[in-house]
Ligand binder design. Sequence first.
Ligand code: NDP
Length: 472
Amino acid sequence: MDVRDKLYINGAWTEPAGSGTLPVVNSATGEVMGSVPEGTAEDVERAVKAAAAAFPSWAATAPEERAKLLTRVQEELTARTEQIADLIAREVGMPRTLSKLVQAGLPIMTFAITAQQLTELRWEEQIGNSLVVREPAGVVGAITPWNYPLHQIALKVAPALAAGCTVVLKPSEVAPLNAFVLAEVLHEVGLPAGVFNLVTGVGPVVGEALASHPQVDMVSFTGSTRAGKRVMQLAAETVKRVALELGGKSPNVILPDADLQKAVPAGVQDCYLNSGQTCSALTRMIVPRSRLAEVEDLAVKAAESFTPGDPFDATTRLGPLVSEAQRSRVRSYIEQGVAEGAKLLTGGVEAPEGLDRGFFVRPTVFSEVRPDMTIAKEEIFGPVLAILPYDTEEEALAIANDTTYGLAGGVWSADPAHAEAFARRLRTGQVSINGGGFNPAAPFGGYKQSGIGREAGRFGLEEYLEVKALQR
Ligand code: NDP
């Protein structure tokens, strides 16, 4: 049992104001694996006060000094790779091998990339008679989800600290234990008191207190569009800076000349990463009607190779969903797909064979999905692929862009120039061309209701900077 009973505030592990605790559940077994304090508005108050008091001196440190500290964080996280990979494989359910690569690996990369960006940043520039200087935005409230828990924390904490901001973090109550490991690391590397603070608790209490606190200058949120809108409304009262990384229903357009043998299995794999619990997952495969039968065969074959199982079994490619709530949400989408007349090719609502505990869902593929169906419009966040046929390329583009979201996309064509031209017409923050790999230094974020702002690399760092013009 991993029991955490203190909050990290003002450089020390401190007693929470209340006595409530939140259980943390192992998603593969359904058993309680630990607990964290259920923080309150009073805890947020103490943490924000500490962050505000620490801000002036942290903001005044030299960027090189901050870059050195970030590199130390990277080293200490690297030393804890196995611990983090184990922990998140249990909290979230991602297969252990992938958890090491992604859940432990990406935060390490983010601290390294941010330290590098910090040394390259142009802090000052001359525009006419103005000296334009960049300054840290202030106290940052960071609210993060459970699907890539430490990665999403690192994408906020690393650039915020790099910019010279101080932070109060509220991680997801569903997968909060990894945040305690990061707090230990930040303490160990000697971050000054108050620069980083950790308050666990539930969104409507701790998250809302942060989003509405007058001394929080910026709130950076990752999670559902529903909660993101609430955060933005609350932040409006004090006109905070708001960064939102929200949901997606990303299209993967397979053009008629594409190599289906490559495109379809790669598309299925992308959709199923982390059991489909990925905001940028390519969940709508948009394919030429003339090749639909071929696509269906390949998709079923690919999907059925994702046998659900124990995340700690080295052969497992599909772990459980994170929670009972998430499983029942995903199952109800599968039911809705069937009810609205989509063609269920494989998978379904029944529990996978031999898995009578944990939050497992069968890898599921629907075909003949129409753009007006619920499973084509709403983020499912499970291993559920929707295949939508098109007749012309213009129709494919219209279907791809016919969504309230705009986070990511994919395009496949035998002609790379044609694929790139098509990619430029997608209204999304990222597009993968012919399976182009994830780049942890590239700006990540959404158009439309997928969010505001960008995370990662130089663009992610700039989110945490104010710009001041000095006229001379
Ligand atoms: P939420 O958006 O509720 O959770 C994300 C974070 O926001 C958590 O820390 C949560 O707190 C917090 N939060 C919740 N409500 C508020 C609020 N009113 N004010 C401030 N913070 C709040 O996501 P869920 O966990 O409920 O997941 C639901 C769906 O959201 C998923 O099925 C998926 O579709 C989508 N989602 C998208 C993500 C993405 O990366 N784009 C990530 C996670 C979910 P708490 O700890 O109490 O949950």
